[in-house]
Write a protein that binds this ligand. Structure first.
Ligand code: TMP
Length: 214
């Protein structure tokens, strides 16, 4: 069977990167070739744009500038990494993709949703993930977890984490609205459980959405 494009989405601190790895391991175990990747980033030029987006002053970019930078990065990510992998028949799992732009810059940053949707179709046409797992967590808990992780990793990629709590509440609601509007593509997963419980919920969701058992 040919590969599918899977994405993990959600606010800060939901444990996406851990779950990307666990699902990749499960798919490999089942005999599939898997490429894991992330946004913003996932290709050399896109990683350069990531640097610009995730560090520095909170007001460094307007929300529309963030949309455009994310779509420039996404174009390179799709051209260099995602499409070639899917054409080889590999599975691709991305830590974030276009739903993050709709949630962060649309619901969070206040850019009209149809403007973002128009930019999406201008850049990528109808291309979207086959299945999307939205790791959902109360905002306070997610920001606390993300903060601990930043300290541990000595990371300065905290420009979005430093935005106001209301911004994070809006984007959480945004992800839930996206999931409600596209139930055949998206599943919301409660990220408060332990790592194994969340991983099991992801595999169940994969089965529900695509009929694939791992
Ligand atoms: P990460 O911390 O999950 O790696 O993602 C980097 C940050 O970029 C995160 O705070 C969410 C934000 N982001 C957007 O605001 N818009 C986007 O389109 C993407 C992909 C990420």
């Amino acid at each position: 069977m040919s590969g599918k494009f899977l994405t993990f989405e959600g606010g800060e601190g939901g444990g996406k990167s851990t779950q990307v790895k666990l699902l990749a391991d499960a798919l490999k175990q089942a005999g599939h070739s898997v490429v894991t990747t992330r946004e913003p980033g996932g290709a050399p030029a896109a990683e350069d744009i990531r640097e610009l987006l995730v560090s520095g002053e909170v007001d460094r970019w307007s929300p529309m500038a963030e949309v455009l930078l994310n779509y420039a990065a996404r174009e390179m990510h799709v051209i260099k990494t995602v499409r070639p992998a899917l054409e080889r028949g590999d599975w691709v799992i991305s830590d974030r993709f276009s739903d993050s732009t709709m949630a962060y810059q649309g619901y969070g940053g206040g850019i009209e949703r149809d403007r973002i949707a128009s930019i999406h179709s201008a850049v990528l046409g109808p291309f979207k993930p086959d299945a999307t797992f939205i790791l959902d967590l109360p905002v306070g808990e997610g920001l606390a977890r993300a903060g601990r992780r930043m300290i541990k990793m000595k990371s300065n990629e905290d420009r979005f984490e430093r935005m106001e709590t209301d911004f994070h509440n809006r984007l959480r609601e945004g992800f839930l609205s996206i999931a409600a509007a596209e139930p055949d593509r998206c599943k919301v997963i409660d990220a408060r459980g332990d790592i194994d419980a969340v991983a099991k919920a992801v595999r169940t969701s994969l089965h529900d959405l695509l009929g694939v058992q791992v």
